[in-house]
Write a new protein. Sequence first.
Length: 202
Amino acid sequence: MIQAGTPCPIDGKIGKEAKKLWSKYDHERPDYKTYVKRMDEREKKEKEIAKKKALEEKKRLKEEAKMTKELEKIELDTTFDKKVKEKIKKIYQSSGLTPPFFRTICQDLDLDKKNAVDVLHMLIDEKSIIKTKDDLYFDAREIDKLEQKLTGFLKEKESITTPEFKDMTGVSRKFVIPLIEYFDSISLTIRVGDTRQLRRKS
């Protein structure tokens, strides 16, 4: 037993030797009951601390594993999105002014509609494709070329009829109407009777 940091004498021994004897014969301590109770409480506390640390480590490892899986999924999704994005982009680039409906592309490529729509919005945001209406989207470069052609025609002729626009594009009314209405919507043209005229000077 220890008082003021120094082991009490035991069997004529002091200092380190007394400390060893008290450790060996701790049941002879005058405060044995108090000592045992204190040691039991310490052991209990140490077990609680060890258990808490074990649970925290388990939680940390679990969260780390979850984060790793999420990162792997993000990487896989990103790779998947890039591949799908390129496929959809090529379809619009190759189809010119006669693109398939977007729902048809999803069916042909066997794509999940939600993921495909996310990729579609990416293409729209980066201005690779242009949305008109009725689920129709066009390659942005084709729209730019048609806009220049239409602007040149209107500067020279002042107006254009729907049949003339159809001849200019070489496509059916299925695409003609969404296209001419798209140019109305961006304020390039304005409808006057049965014709379109330039709304702004270019």
